[in-house]
Design a protein around this ligand. Structure first.
Ligand code: C2E
Ligand code: MG
Ligand code: MG
Ligand code: MG
Length: 277
C-alpha cells in the first residue's frame, strides 16, 4: 500500500511543512480508498441557450463526499490524483458514469449531450481512449451525446499530440470543448483551426463583465472571433441576470452557471428537466 515505508520524520522540515505533507498524504490514502469503495460520483450542471433558457446539454463534474459528510472540492483532489497517478482510474470512473448518465437521461426521454473533463494524462492513456471508442463502436453511447472538455492551457502545452487525438473524437461525431478558454495560450493561428467544436469562456472573464471593461472586451472578442471560425461559444460561471443579458447582446448563445442551475445529482437533473415548460 501507499502507506507503508514512508518516514515523515525527516530532518529539516518545519512543523508546518510536515503537517502539510502529512495531510496531503492522508488525503491521498483516503482518495485511494474512496476510489476502491466507489465513493466518487458525478453531478450534472446544465448548459442552456441564453435566449430561451432551454437546456442544451450537461457537464459531468466529479464529487467526493467523505464518510464524515465533508465534500472535498475537485480543485483539491484532481491535482493530487494527477501527481499520484490515481487520475487514470478516477477519470475512467467518471467516463463510465457519464455514459450511464447519457443512458439515464435518454430513458427519461431527454436526448441531451453530456460532457466530461479530461486531463493530459487521460489523453496519453490508451485504456482511457479505448474506453471511449469501445463505448461508441459497441453502441453503448451515441457519440453525438458525448463531449470531451480539455482546458486550453493543457491542450496548448502539447498541441501536436492533442490535435491528433481531439480530431479523432470529432471525426467520431463527439463534441470537443476547449475549457477555461482565455487563460491558456492559443495563438491566432491555432484558433483558426482548433480540433474543437466549442470554446468555453473562462469564468474569470464572465465574473468581470459588470466591473471590468477589459473583461467585457475579452468576452466580446472571443464570442466574435470564435463564431467567425465556427465554434459554439459557451460562457461558464454565469451568476447574474446582468451577465446573462450582456452575453446575449454580444452574441454569446450558450451559458452555464449558478444563475441557471447548480450541479445536481442525475435524479435531480431529470426532475429539473421535467419541471421545465
Ligand atoms: P471546470 O471544468 O471549468 O468546471 C466548472 C467549475 O465551475 C465547476 O467547479 C462548477 O461547479 C463551477 N461553477 C459552475 N457554475 C458556476 C458559477 O456560476 N459560479 C462559480 N463560482 N462556479 C461555478 P468544480 O465542480 O468544483 O470543478 C472544478 C474543476 O475541477 C473543473 O473546472 C475541472 O477542471 C475539474 N474537474 C471537475 N470534475 C472533473 C473530472 O471528473 N475529471 C477531471 N479530470 N477534472 C474534473
Ligand atoms: Mg469543464
Ligand atoms: Mg471551465
Ligand atoms: Mg475550470
Amino acid at each position: 500500500s501507499v502507506g507503508s515505508g514512508y518516514n515523515l520524520n525527516l530532518i529539516g522540515y518545519t512543523p508546518g511543512y510536515r503537517e502539510k505533507i502529512t495531510s496531503s498524504h492522508l488525503l491521498l490514502l483516503e482518495l485511494q480508498q474512496a476510489l476502491q469503495n466507489n465513493e466518487l460520483f458525478i453531478m450534472l450542471q446544465p448548459k442552456v441557450e441564453l435566449l430561451s433558457q432551454k437546456p442544451v446539454g450537461f457537464e459531468a463534474l466529479v464529487r467526493w463526499q467523505k464518510r464524515d459528510g465533508n465534500f472535498i472540492p475537485p480543485d483539491v483532489f484532481i491535482p493530487l490524483a494527477e501527481t499520484s497517478g490515481l487520475i487514470g482510474s478516477l477519470d475512467l470512473h467518471v467516463l463510465r458514469s457519464t455514459f450511464s448518465a447519457v443512458q439515464q437521461l435518454k430513458a427519461a426521454g431527454f436526448d441531451l449531450p453530456v460532457s466530461f473533463n479530461a486531463t493530459v494524462s487521460d489523453l496519453k492513456n490508451r485504456d482511457y481512449i479505448q474506453e471511449i471508442f469501445n463505448a461508441i463502436e459497441g453502441g453503448q453511447v451515441n457519440p453525438q451525446l458525448l463531449e470531451i472538455e480539455v482546458t486550453e492551457s493543457q491542450a496548448m502545452a502539447d498541441y501536436r499530440h492533442f490535435d491528433k487525438i481531439l480530431r479523432q473524437f470529432m471525426d467520431a461525431g463527439m463534441g470537443v470543448s476547449i475549457d477555461d478558454f482565455g487563460t491558456g495560450y492559443s495563438s491566432l493561428s491555432h484558433i483558426t483551426r482548433l480540433a474543437a467544436t466549442t470554446l468555453k469562456i473562462d469564468r474569470s472573464f464572465i465574473n468581470g463583465i459588470e466591473n471590468s471593461e477589459e473583461d467585457r472586451h475579452a468576452v466580446e472578442m472571443v464570442a466574435k472571433i470564435g463564431q467567425r471560425f465556427g465554434y459554439h461559444i459557451v460562457a461558464e460561471g454565469v451568476e447574474t441576470e446582468a451577465q446573462n443579458q450582456w452575453l446575449q447582446e454580444v452574441g454569446c448563445r450558450i451559458g452555464q452557471g449558478y444563475f441557471f442551475a447548480r450541479p445536481m445529482t442525475i435524479d435531480d437533473a431529470i426532475a429539473w428537466l421535467k419541471s421545465r415548460p
